[in-house]
Ligand binder design. Structure first.
Ligand SMILES: [Cu+2]
Length: 150
């Protein structure tokens, strides 16, 4: 009986720990021109746990599908590479930013304008989920806009 209780406490402790293992800052979505079929989402994701965390998928009521992309420069050509998942090492921060990793937000359900907020739900490899709120903002400049072209 003692063993069962111990196991229960262990599981309870683990659950509490794992449910708050990622922290998010500077989460925003770039406002697109009217009729945009894809938007880009950016944020810093910090792993505050002492275990590897893998984000296996992302979803949102505001978009049909969300993919993990990385902008890369291949032979002078800007390209997007898709990643099946994102790995974040203990204590590390993954920066989703212009010219690098980003969330590709595919087929917005409604036109999103600066000031709007969207929620994204991440599914993690430890069977937990975490949601993050992103604020829609205006585009930065034309050069960065160019980098986002598919
Ligand atoms: Cu992309």
């Amino acid at each position: 009986m003692k063993q069962v209780l111990f196991l229960f406490l262990l599981l309870a402790g683990f659950q509490g720990y794992a449910s708050n293992s990622l922290s998010f800052t500077q989460a925003w979505v770039q406002e697109g021109p009217p009729g945009s079929r894809v938007l880009a989402g950016f944020m810093n994701i910090t792993n505050t746990s002492n275990l590897d965390i893998i984000i296996e998928s992302a979803s949102s009521d505001n978009f049909k599908r969300i993919e993990f992309h990385q902008s890369i420069n291949k032979n002078g050509m800007a390209r997007m590479q898709q990643h099946k998942q994102l790995l974040i090492k203990p204590g590390a921060t993954l920066k989703l930013e212009h010219g690098s990793f980003h969330l590709m937000l595919i087929k917005p359900e409604t036109r999103l304008k600066a000031g709007d907020k969207v929620n994204i739900l991440f599914r993690l490899s430890n069977q937990t989920t975490q949601s993050v709120s992103l604020t829609v903002k205006k585009q930065m400049n034309t050069q960065q806009n160019h980098e986002l072209h598919h």
